[in-house]
Design a protein around this ligand. Structure first.
Ligand code: PEP
Ligand code: MN
Length: 652
């Protein structure tokens, strides 16, 4: 049942309500809210809701009518995030704003093969490693898995690459083996989804679980199985859609992708998709993996094998490492479309500890321009997956200053928008703050909304507030209504100005999230001229060490760096820029962005800002960049390497 508490309920009344329910063996979950506080309670005993209704402080009691309680959205309105740590001290979160990719062979076959597949999937960006040691095969004559030895090999391979491991458990008696080797996530396979004793025992272990959907299970039956796990003590349950049996024979099973949005409304649990077992055909897996991301799944789990024709199980559905690599690039490109980014294993984390403004000193501080709700704040949370103390500043220059002064470990800087173009201020800041380097980048999908105070309509509005980029991205709507434009320092500032004015004549162009922060109504959503509206942000840090990108200890090294950024200026002579660009070609660096800016105090002299794509291993890239810098210095002046870093979704 859900118990809605009276506004301003006293702590002692609240405690009495919780104690009353606990005495009757109810599990409770308190959900604080802006409007009202709610207690969700689940128990075996039948109690009369009116007994609860009569307790002081109770506004009303709503029974949870569904068979599953703890798995339901009513019990927990916000999404659950399952956290899985690796041996490098990084937390991988399933269910947040990032997409997880779990990959590996169907079964652990031998040590050598397991390590080579682990290396390949790790290189391509998998953040967890899968591999079955106990295989529930349809035929008793098929390979049944290596058992304990398989678990041991899997975990060793995972540890070598910082990847937590997922393996299937088919019997409760194997729990001690899973414990012994430190398996991070237990998988309950489709065939065991309704093995209730197994669910109960696995639930009691408290380990993170991937619960696959049964071959013929309805969504409700599946959630009832999740309820077994949750009610037995497991808090970390991830649902996995892996296809169901239908009359269709063209694929191994039928992938029920509509289950993803359906589950979103029914449950708070994270949902991942296994397209490998769903379609069973190598060439159909990548498109369905991408469709899974588009459907809102929190991640994918796929089978990868480097020699599928020799695989001991499920060879025909194993992706080749090169196919998995391509899929990971495509997922990177797809993620910003659904407002997410991709989890990467950080090979090395070295955070500066000189910060002064951190509320929580264990988290890195990332400065951004604007106030709460601005797109830059969203980018901060997306990049660090919420594991950050976001620090607002009042200008872009202040963000740079905070980084240089050590008040912030990082700064989040918008550099270019796909509709509005370059953010010139920040190109200039990158040139003038010489102690700053770029350590990362990401693309954020921008979805503007028109926000105004209650009662305002499209026809009461006379003035529109936003950041110049907001105006540049919503030209069609503004021209249509001929509103007067008033510039604000950020979109969130614009929303605040409109809220403070309390006038129905004012509206702001800002994000939907901002509406909630500043108590505004959403008059229209998605008002940008083109839905393909992205802002590229770069993450900056201090102490750039020119020419030595790999020694830049402050950089977050996530996967292999794939971008190098430079600034340089050229002598004022014929062919100077042509010569400089020739250096890119000579060193086989693919130039992906070139921007020029006037140099302050030197009329008609220009800085050039260039991004180049890096395609090789970290070591080879380092060589390339070094050789490039030496050559560029021969033809250009004031050459500076801004950073060598990894950029997600670089293909957009
Ligand atoms: C597996 O993941 O290897 C497996 C057997 O999956 P499922 O239980 O979905 O068939
Ligand atoms: Mn399999």
């Amino acid at each position: 049942m859900v118990i809605v508490l009276k506004k301003g309920v006293s702590p002692s009344d609240k405690k009495r309500i919780v104690d009353f329910l606990s005495e009757k063996n109810f599990k409770t979950n308190e959900i604080p809210g802006d409007e009202a506080t709610i207690i969700a309670a689940v128990g075996h005993l039948k109690i009369d809701p009116s007994d609860v209704n009569l307790l002081p402080g109770v506004e009303k009691v709503i029974p949870i009518s569904k068979g599953y309680k703890m798995a339901s959205r009513e019990f927990k309105p916000e999404n659950s995030v399952v956290q899985i740590g690796n041996n490098l001290g990084q937390m991988i979160r399933v269910g947040g704003q990032r997409i997880v990719s779990i990959a590996g062979p169907c079964a652990v076959e031998n040590r050598e093969r397991m390590f080579s597949i682990a290396e390949a999937v790790s290189k391509s960006g998998a953040c967890m490693l899968r591999g079955g040691a106990y295989k529930p095969r349809t035929s008793p004559y098929s390979f049944q898995g290596l058992g304990e030895e398989g678990v041991k090999i899997l975990k060793e391979a995972g540890d070598k690459f910082g990847l937590p491991v997922v393996t299937e458990i088919i019997a409760a008696e194997h729990l001690p083996i899973m414990e012994k080797y430190g398996v991070d996530v237990l998988q309950i396979g489709a065939r065991n989804m309704q093995n209730f004793d197994l669910l109960r025992e696995v639930g009691k272990s408290g380990k993170a679980v991937i619960l696959k959907r049964g071959l013929c299970a309805t969504i409700e039956e599946w959630l009832m199985s999740a309820e077994y796990l949750l009610s037995s003590g497991s808090e970390n349950v991830i649902l996995c859609e892996r296809g169901i049996r239908t009359y269709e024979k063209a694929t191994r099973n039928t992938l029920d992708l509509s289950a993803v949005p359906v589950l979103r409304s029914l449950t708070h649990l994270p949902v991942i998709v296994d397209p490998s077992h769903a379609v069973g055909l190598r060439d159909k897996i990548a498109p369905m993996a991408l469709a899974s991301v588009a459907s809102g799944a929190d991640g994918i789990i796929v089978e990868v094998h480097d020699c599928p024709e020799k695989a001991l199980s499920d060879g025909p559905q194993a992706l080749l490492p090169s196919m998995f690599d391509k899929l990971m690039h495509d997922i990177e490109a797809m993620a910003p479309v659904v407002g997410k980014s991709v989890v990467h294993i950080r090979k090395e984390i070295n955070l500066n500890s000189t910060k002064k403004t951190a509320e929580d000193s264990s988290k890195p501080v990332c400065a951004y321009n604007g106030i709460k709700g601005t797109y830059a704040e969203q980018a901060v949370n997306l990049y660090f997956d919420g594991d950050v103390s976001a620090c607002p500043c009042s200008s872009f220059r202040d963000v740079f200053r905070a980084v240089v002064n050590g008040q912030a470990d990082y700064g989040m800087i918008p550099i270019e928008n796909s509709l509005g173009g370059s953010v010139y201020d920040n190109y200039d800041n990158l040139a003038s703050f010489e102690d700053v380097s770029i350590v990362g980048a990401l693309h954020l999908r921008i979805q503007h909304a028109l926000l105004a105070v209650k009662g305002a309509t499209m026809h009461t509005i006379k003035r529109i507030y936003s950041h110049p980029q907001g105006f540049a991205q919503c030209v069609k709507l503004i021209e249509n209504y001929k509103w007067e434009k008033i510039t604000a320092s950020s979109t969130a500032n614009a929303a605040k100005m409109v809220a403070d004015s309390a006038s129905k004549e004012n509206a702001a162009i800002a994000s939907v999230i901002t509406a909630k922060y500043y108590n505004l109504e959403i008059l229209q959503e998605d008002i940008q001229d083109d839905p393909r509206d992205y802002t590229r942000f770069v993450v900056i840090a201090a102490n750039h060490v020119a020419d030595k990108p790999v020694e830049n200890k402050r950089a977050i090294k996530s996967s292999v760096p794939n971008v190098a950024s430079f600034i340089f200026c050229t002598p004022n002579e014929t062919g100077a820029l042509y010569n400089a660009l020739g250096v890119f070609q000579k060193n086989k660096l693919n130039l992906t962005r070139l921007e020029s800016r006037p140099i302050a105090g030197q009329p008609w002299h220009y800085w050039f800002y260039a991004d180049a794509e890096l395609k090789e291993s970290a070591l080879q890239n380092e060589e390339y960049v070094k050789a490039f810098m030496t050559d560029l210095k021969k033809v250009a002046e004031e050459v500076r390497l801004l950073g060598v870093y990894s950029e997600a979704g670089n293909s957009i």
